[in-house]
Design a protein around this ligand. Structure first.
Ligand code: ATP
Ligand code: MG
Length: 495
């Protein structure tokens, strides 16, 4: 391996600023030195198991200091971390354990039945509760105090929105450049404090932990998202940055009574499209929202819209981070401004590929560029607008129809709380859009919704049918799985 070498991040951070707070959890405050000591102790226990350099270790844990200690302990060993989504069913977990060649699965007691059920049929996987690990004897081992940026740090599974989840290989270098790119964009302040209420098993949460040791700033950990608690952390615990997805932000804005203090400088919004009414509500309440675009493959965001452009470029995900590049390709050529094509990105934060999936890797990465499978366009100033996923595109009578646009329209109706749009085969048009909605008001009818859509959308975009359902199919990341909508019709899940 020929990558750049640098000191292990926590090791260096504990040397540079040992007394600074690394983690705040409930009433506990943990300094960088304590975090380093705890991670080392855990690493010695893992070494006695034995876990060695290059082994894959999965975790099924909550947002808590143990999880952070484990991630750093694995870095001291040189083992690869495989974060597992604790909302997955045992069969889904088993797939990821097997696919990643996991040697050890560490779980929180509250997930023991899922963990045991997932791991039991797999001979090569040992499952151990985190408290059992704590009781192991410490063995003598030489912690890795130096890292190679080309070494694998994490196998992070994609959400599985468009197919089965793929194990994304993320190196130390990917995390490093993701953290540096974010700091070059947002700046870094002495008083910064990041709230982590997004899951640590996702890129959004894990990337906060990486930034904390690299920047030397505290992370306030919430084990579950609670809008009041999150608002309180901003109001009275000095939190300056919060990472959110739009559903979380909507609840925080709804619960917000007084404006946030001046010191609060960034609501980092990612994970999916942001509804315009929400962005407008944030502007009204003076909330500095930074919209982002990214994916597991880019180790968190690769494109960000600074809050100063929040209104001027409403709906845009912004511009690529300083070290990153972006282009829009249509039929193999660079698209014109405002012309929709595939979003293609490049940067040192971008994965080198999917674990044991040569074909998928070759399809996605060409000449160092990642073909994201997302459609979007750039405006004349180079701001990115994400349109939809290529795989969800509906072609109706030769016209491109983007489900996301129709969903956004339906969601702007006051009686609609959730919307999902997909294509249905049609003899005349090839495909036609149909919609599934969850309503909050029993009186709204399909005809009223169609009229509402007709006022705002071209005729071919108006859903041919709008079905009322109790809920929409979502994956463990709470993302809408459009490919499963048609099944709703077959199973008659309408209400
Ligand atoms: P899979 O790859 O398994 O289908 P996934 O793509 O949902 O799952 P993630 O890596 O968690 O898994 O999500 C990244 C995707 O989220 C992006 O490729 C894009 O489709 C969507 N996304 C992220 N940011 C935005 C945004 N600002 N606007 C619209 N979509 C976004
Ligand atoms: Mg994806």
């Amino acid at each position: 391996m020929s990558g750049e070498m640098m000191p292990n991040w926590l090791y260096k951070r504990a040397f540079l600023s040992p007394e600074r707070t690394a983690l705040e959890f409930e009433t506990e405050k943990i300094s960088f030195f304590e975090l380093h000591e705890r991670a080392l102790s855990l690493a010695r226990k893992l070494a006695s198991f034995p876990i060695k350099e290059g082994d894959y270790v999965s975790f099924l844990l909550k947002n808590c200091p143990h999880t952070v200690e484990l991630i750093h302990a694995l870095e001291y060993i040189g083992a690869v971390t495989v974060p597992l989504n604790n909302r997955l069913a045992p069969a889904e977990l088993r797939f990821q354990l097997e696919d990643s060649n996991t040697a050890l699965l560490i779980y929180d007691e509250s997930f023991s039945s899922q963990a045991i059920e997932a791991a039991e049929p797999l001979k090569s996987v040992k499952a151990m509760a985190i408290h059992e690990l704590g009781q192991l004897a410490e063995s003598d081992f030489q912690p890795k105090t130096e890292i190679n940026l080309d070494s694998n740090h994490t196998i992070m599974y994609t959400s599985g929105t468009t197919g089965s989840p793929k194990g994304v290989i993320l190196t130390y270098g990917n995390h490093w450049w993701s953290a540096i790119g974010s700091a070059l964009n947002l700046g870094l302040q002495e008083s910064d404090k990041w709230l982590c209420t997004v899951p640590m098993f996702h890129m959004s949460g894990l990337s906060i932990l990486m930034r904390s040791v690299i920047y030397g700033i505290p992370v306030v950990i919430h084990d579950a998202f609670d809008p009041d608690k999150a608002n309180q952390a901003i109001h009275s615990n000095g939190v300056t940055i919060v990472s959110v997805v739009s559903a979380m932000l909507a609840r925080m804005v709804h619960a917000l009574e007084n404006k946030y203090p001046e010191s609060f400088r960034c609501m980092l919004l990612g994970g999916g499209p942001a509804p315009k009414p929400l962005l407008e509500a944030c502007t009204e309440k003076n909330i500095p929202v930074f919209q982002t675009y990214g994916m597991t493959e880019t180790a968190s965001q690769i494109v960000t819209l600074s809050s100063e452009y929040m209104l001027k470029k409403i709906g845009s995900a912004g511009k690529p981070l300083f070290h990153a590049q972006l282009k829009i390709e249509k039929d193999g050529a660079i698209a014109e401004p405002h012309e929709v094509g595939e979003i293609v990105v490049k940067g040192a934060n971008v994965t080198k590929g999917y674990l044991r999936r040569k074909q998928a890797t070759e399809q996605a990465i060409k000449n160092g560029w990642l073909y994201t499978g997302d459609l979007g366009y750039l405006d004349e100033d180079g701001f990115l607008y994400v349109v939809d996923r290529r795989s969800d595109l509906i072609i109706s009578g030769g016209e491109n129809v983007y489900p996301a646009e129709i969903e956004a329209t339906l969601l702007s109706h006051p009686s609609i709380v959730e919307a999902g749009v997909t294509g249905r085969e049609d003899e005349r048009w090839g495909q036609v859009p149909i919609a599934f909605v969850v309503k909050n008001d029993k009186s709204v009818t399909e005809e009223q919704l169609k009229t509402f859509c007709r006022e705002q959308l071209a005729g071919y975009k108006v859903p041919k049918n709008i079905y009322f359902v109790h809920e929409l199919p979502r994956n463990g990341a709470n993302k809408l799985m459009r490919r499963e909508l048609i099944q709703f019709l077959k199973e008659d899940k309408r209400c």
